[in-house]
Write a protein that binds this ligand. Structure first.
Ligand SMILES: [Zn+2]
Length: 357
């Protein structure tokens, strides 16, 4: 009995010391709770095409959440609602493009999410990033830019005009370049595998599958969009630079810096001069605008289209109304491909039509 008593006392002491050591060295004492957290991380993604990449990598482990529908606004100018902030702060990880893209929400998002729970894709290694185009028909009025927030000073540059201020320099539509999408996917996989090592094998295997699918998809789009080579268009805001360089068409100028924003009178006059010069040869085939379904072009754009008899065509590169799946990235870009072919009135490739949801 005495021996038993001593043993029990010793055991209690040993357990007490072990617990203290665990607390001292921050060892995971409550492994069951930790394991359950690790097994079900909750990942929130801000835009639909990137959702597709994340869903493909996390397939078999979890289903990510798409932050919000755009409520009819452009993502560039969308502010976060209180419910969005709640969704973000409850997530274990938030994946966004960066302040060059989700410009208006950047400040609130950076405030709501601790740095170690945020994956900023514009920081992915290997990306081919283009500066925002300026000059010619790309230099526009800047009525709203003073509100912009820049998360990363390295990626901003000074810009002088009537009211000098910092101006973002990266074109944040870089994920429309399929090679860049692969770099984003690798960055996402690496981050997830480091954060959730229990699922590393699945994430890595899924990445290999996704890279193969994106390689095949690039070849498909190159064939589908071959008729666009040398075609020329205007657009409401400068969103297709990365697609132009992949597929060989040209956007000659923009209406304004963001969708739904009016241009400065000076820029509008420059556009009218260009459209006047185009009236004989009609090299500019179409004026694209960010929209889908019943969404109309900016009234000013409609007026220009009527005045210069230039067709308007919607372009929905974020996949509004498209369903969520592990193929959403490809689905979004196929949809853009169809809209480009329609807008330029090029012969449609049946594979694009058939692959639409
Ligand atoms: Zn855009």
């Amino acid at each position: 009995m005495i021996l038993e008593k001593i043993t029990m006392t010793h055991l209690k002491r040993i357990i007490f010391y072990i617990l203290n050591l665990c607390i001292l060295f921050n060892f995971p004492v409550f492994s069951v709770v930790q394991t359950s957290n690790v097994s079900t991380p909750s990942i929130v993604v801000t835009i639909k095409p990137i959702y597709g990449l994340v869903a493909a990598i996390t397939d078999g482990v979890l289903t990510p959440t798409l932050l919000c529908d755009k409520r009819g606004s452009s993502t560039h100018t969308l502010s976060l609602a209180p419910s969005d902030i709640r969704t973000l702060s409850e997530a274990s990880l938030v994946i966004w493009v960066g302040s060059s893209y989700e410009t208006m929400m950047a400040k609130a998002l950076l405030k709501a999410i601790p740095t170690d729970q945020l994956v900023t894709l514009e920081e992915a290694p290997g990306l081919r990033l283009y500066p925002q185009r300026t000059g010619g028909l790309f230099s526009v009025g800047c009525s709203h830019c003073c509100e912009h927030t820049h998360a990363n000073d390295k990626k901003t540059k000074s810009h002088t005009h009537d009211h000098s201020h910092e101006h973002m320099s990266i074109d944040g539509h870089f994920w429309l370049d399929i090679e860049n999408a692969k770099h984003c996917a690798r960055f996402i996989e690496k981050t997830l595998s480091t954060k959730y090592p229990a699922h590393k094998d699945t994430f890595t295997a899924n990445l290999v599958k996704l890279e193969g699918a994106l390689n095949a998809f690039k070849l498909e789009l190159l064939a589908t969009l071959a008729p666009l080579r040398s075609q020329i268009a205007l657009i409401d805001h400068d969103s297709l630079y990365y697609m132009e360089n992949q597929f060989g068409f040209t956007i000659k100028g923009v209406l304004s810096e963001e969708p739904d924003m009016p241009p400065s009178p000076k820029h509008l006059q420059k556009l009218k001069d260009e459209l006047d010069a185009n009236s004989d040869e009609k090299l500019i085939k179409v004026f694209f605008f960010n929209g889908e379904g019943s969404k109309m072009a900016h009234p000013l754009l409609q007026k220009l289209a009527t005045e210069y008899q230039i067709p308007l065509a919607p372009l929905n590169y974020e996949g509004d109304n498209l369903s969520l799946s592990i193929d959403t990235y490809e689905t979004c870009l196929r949809h853009v491909a169809m809209q480009l072919l329609n807008g330029f009135k090029c012969v449609q490739n049946s594979s694009v039509q058939q692959s639409m949801p």
